[in-house]
Design a protein around this ligand. Structure first.
Ligand code: COA
Ligand code: AMP
Length: 631
């Protein structure tokens, strides 16, 4: 039996043996005697009784073991023309001092801290400082608007918020602080303390008594030591889009997370201590949490903080420049970034300008890797291009080509096979396992491996309803797809109203909730349509209230503005149209899935419960008029 098969089999048949062994690579204060606590399904807890500190594992232990002078973080910011290196020893000092600063503000174990920052190393320092003192961080992506931040403040109930005065996004300078002030003002939950990193190109106004300057706070702080926490204590909450306007607060605990990420760095990414790993994402997403900050640092590798874009900062050679300059071994990004590069530099001429002989593999995730992009990247880079599939909920890959164990042949369009720890199956809507090559619901048989979501923060009911109820005994991924005769998994897309725009996970439901507040709109639906660059884009279909006689173009402009202001520019909501009515079931449920199929040119079955089938013809015509399907 091949290595990966043997390892996979053990992980499923003897998970406790498998994960007890993986836990040996983590430093514990107290080892857990119970590797898996399965006494309260569907809540499975890993390493109960064990105590550790995630920051110690990501920082201090490497200094103690002789890596103090190795680069921990390389900050490469073409938008501010800065490149700096932070060694593990320097990182330890900075994190300990910021942790001391947080303590001086009254933050202690179990408190929640929101971090709303651009791609600067201080974002990682703030995260690690929270972990150091047992506080729970919740990083919010800097592209979200004030009201989205306010929703998260209300739910996470943080004692403090850490932010920066602003960011440079491509060529635009964005002031963060006015937006943060607005969010704090809007939120019912009142934040007591705010720490602000002043950046040279934009200055933030401070609120006396509430706001502290990052540098001043650190200058007067005493370094804080790592505190032991339970393996099952929360490390962070990361909000992700669900089907409604209320995001889901994925709760990750400390022990399983450290073990799984450390294991994945070698098994999936083939990264050892001392290697340079680059994840071109953002700390606001799960990729940033797992593979900019925690994974590489726990492993003792060097991680790159890149504050720039794949194109335009300054050109489509940016990625190759970074790889060459910092001797990057592997890069992880979203296919959309490669589509953007391909559009600007179709023949890959920029690649030839740099020595990228250090580069061993490209990893892509966050959305489906289309075969065109796969072939383009493979042909030009001449290194393995590895698609892997996962979700904010799982925190690390469910399906991947585990190159660090055994590299399998790639099948374009498939992220390869289930990763050890994940018993992936495809079920029909009645919960029966389907045969090979048959599409259905992709699920994972419980228990999920360590490092996956422990629950939804302050909402166990939603955790059970969203993931554990449709198929009892399985985790419902909400992705559809099939497994072929060789065990390769093909992920075809979301079965719910979550869309992926430029690798950013967004809720069409949240956009609908915004549009529904427009005074002239009776009802609306937002659907995901295919886009050559960004994968998907939202398109709104709305019905005006009867008697409303308005210039439709004006209404459309108002909707774009509303979504931008209330969700953020990243929603990329630019297109909408007025329709006479929306297709519904007899019980009044809008048939979004059917409209999605029409917009993407997929065959669909006429829903037996449809109220009036003629409406589908009208919608087909409307979408055709808008240019959908695109091909
Ligand atoms: N803060 C504030 N605004 C942000 C932002 C941030 N962190 N990130 C994006 N935005 C804004 C952009 O400025 C843009 O605003 P605009 O409408 O005023 O121009 C809008 O949100 C849309 O951004 P984006 O979808 O990123 O489009 P783009 O045209 O600027 O760039 C790509 C296109 C493909 C280059 C870019 O999306 C990209 O690099 N994608 C990779 C994404 C990724 O790594 N995802 C992580 C998953 S692994
Ligand atoms: P997020 O939680 O932001 O990581 O988004 C998770 C969703 O992105 C998944 O449910 C999938 O729909 C999609 N996704 C992520 N990676 C892949 C991939 N490699 N192939 C297909 N879809 C993917």
């Amino acid at each position: 039996m091949a290595d990966i098969e043997k390892i996979f089999k053990e992980s499923i048949e003897q998970p406790e043996v498998f994960w007890a062994r993986a836990a040996e690579d983590i430093d514990w204060y107290t080892k857990s005697e119970q590797i898996l606590d399965a006494s309260n399904p569907p809540f499975y807890r890993w390493y109960s009784g064990g105590t550790l500190n995630t920051c110690y594992n990501a920082v201090d232990r490497h200094v103690e073991k002789g890596r103090g002078d190795q680069a921990a973080i390389i900050y490469d910011s073409p938008v501010t023309d800065t490149i700096t290196t932070i060694t593990y020893r320097e990182l330890q000092e900075k994190v300990a001092l910021f942790a001391g600063g947080l303590k001086s503000l009254g933050i202690s174990k179990g408190d929640t801290v929101i971090i709303y920052m651009p791609m600067v190393p201080e974002a990682a320092i703030a995260m690690l400082a929270c972990a150091r003192i047992g506080a729970i961080h919740s990083v919010v992506f800097g592209g979200f608007a004030a009201s989205e931040l306010a929703i998260r403040i209300n739910h996470a109930q943080p004692k403090a918020l850490v932010t920066a005065s602003g960011a440079i996004e491509g060529k635009k300078t964005l002031a963060y602080k006015p937006l943060v002030d607005e969010a704090i003002e809007m939120a019912e939950h009142k934040i007591e303390k705010c720490v602000v990193l002043q950046r040279p190109f934009v200055s933030a106004e401070m609120t006396t008594g509430r706001d502290s300057d990052w540098n001043e706070l650190v200058a007067s702080a005493s370094p804080a030591e790592c505190v032991p926490v339970e393996a099952t204590d929360p490390l962070y909450i990361l909000y992700t889009s669900g089907t409604t306007g209320m995001p889901k607060g994925v709760m990750r605990d400390n022990g399983g997370h450290a073990v799984a990420l450390n294991w994945s760095m070698k098994a999936i990414y083939d990264i050892n201590a001392g290697d340079v790993f680059w994840s071109a994402s953002d700390v606001g997403w799960v990729v940033g949490h797992s593979y900019i900050v925690y994974g590489p640092l726990i492993k003792g590798a060097t991680t790159i903080f890149y504050e720039g874009k794949p194109i335009g900062t300054p050109d489509a050679g940016a990625f190759w420049r970074v790889i060459s300059q910092h001797r990057v071994k592997s890069l992880f990004t979203a296919p959309t970034a490669f589509r953007a590069i391909k559009k600007e530099d179709p023949n890959g001429e920029f690649i030839g300008k740099y020595d990228i002989s250090c580069f061993e593999a490209l990893y892509l995730a966050g959305e489906r890797l289309d075969p065109d992009t796969y072939h383009w990247a493979t042909d030009l880079l001449k290194v393995p291009v590895i698609d892997h599939w996962w979700q904010t909920e799982t925190g690390w890959a469910i399906v991947a080509n585990c190159r660090g164990i055994e590299e399998l042949p790639v099948k374009a369009g498939s992220p390869t096979k289930a990763v050890p720890g994940y018993n992936v199956m495809v079920l029909d809507n009645e919960g029966n396992e389907v045969s090979a090559n048959t599409e259905g619901n992709i699920v994972v048989k419980l228990p999920l491996p360590p490092g996956t979501l422990a629950t939804l923060w302050r909402n166990e009911k939603r955790f059970i309803d969203s993931y554990m109820t449709t198929f009892p005994g399985y985790y419902e991924t909400s992705d559809g797809g099939y497994i072929d005769d060789d065990g390769y998994v093909f992920v075809m897309g979301r079965m719910d109203d979550v869309i992926n725009v430029a690798g950013h996970r967004l809720s069409t439901g949240a956009m609908e909730e915004v549009i529904a507040t427009h005074p002239d709109i009776a009802e609306c639906a937002v659907i995901g349509t295919d886009d050559q660059l960004k994968g998907q884009l939202p398109v709104g279909l709305f019905v005006l209230k009867s008697g409303v006689d308005r210039d439709i173009e004006e209404v459309k402009t108002e909707l774009v503005k509303m979504v931008r202001e209330q969700i953020g520019a990243i929603a990329c909501f630019k297109e909408s149209t007025a329709v006479g009515r929306l297709p519904k079931t007899r019980s009044g449920k809008i048939l979004r899935g059917t409209m999605r199929s029409i917009a993407s040119g997929k065959e669909y079955r006429m829903p037996s419960t449809i109220d009036d089938p003629v409406i589908l013809d009208e919608i087909t015509e409307t979408l055709k008029g808008m240019g959908y399907p695109t091909s």
